[in-house]
Design a protein around this ligand. Structure first.
Ligand code: DQA
Length: 148
């Protein structure tokens, strides 16, 4: 693979996908999603790194590590989307384009999920399309990077 270097970063509890509330998040595991994205990345000719972290600080550090290494981030912040100003500040600090993705439709769930503090600093948000949403996010990010 060549092309754009992209990190796919997953936040708290997403390591339990496949077992976690399957009625909401489906049956695919995070490994399934990684494999799905690696196939898509090969088609799009971009280079993928894939990570999952449970801690807010670890997520901030993962964003910092992108400096001088990655050109953009596909980010499922998990619950951090709803309250983590630290994660949002990390994004604006590194200045890299981020596409926010959620498996579930955060606007069709509890009220506290309807607000994302990440959304205003993201290029865009894809929410509610399950694992396919990651593919859409990757494609949108690559398209953005190629248009620069
Ligand atoms: C999620 C939605 C969040 O509200 C939740 O806290 C998650 C998963 C999603 O992918 O649908 O952990 O980001």
């Amino acid at each position: 693979m060549a092309g754009e270097r992209i990190l796919v970063l997953n936040g708290p509890n997403l390591n339990l996908l496949g077992r976690r509330e399957p009625a909401v998040y489906g049956h695919e595991t995070l490994d399934d999603i990684r494999r799905r994205l690696e196939r898509r990345a090969a088609q799009l000719d971009c280079t993928l790194a894939f990570e999952q972290r449970n801690g807010e600080g670890e997520m901030v550090e993962a964003i910092h590590r992108c400096l001088d290494r990655q050109e953009g981030v596909v980010l499922n912040p998990g619950a951090l989307a709803h309250y983590s100003i630290a994660l949002r500040d990390a994004i604006t600090s590194v200045g890299l384009p981020v596409v926010e993705v959620h498996l579930s439709n955060i606007y069709a769930r509890e009220t506290f999920r309807r607000h994302s503090v990440i959304a205003p600093v993201a290029l865009g948000t894809i929410t509610g399309f399950g694992p396919f949403g990651y593919e859409l996010a990757l494609e949108a990010l690559v398209e953005h990077l190629r248009r620069r």
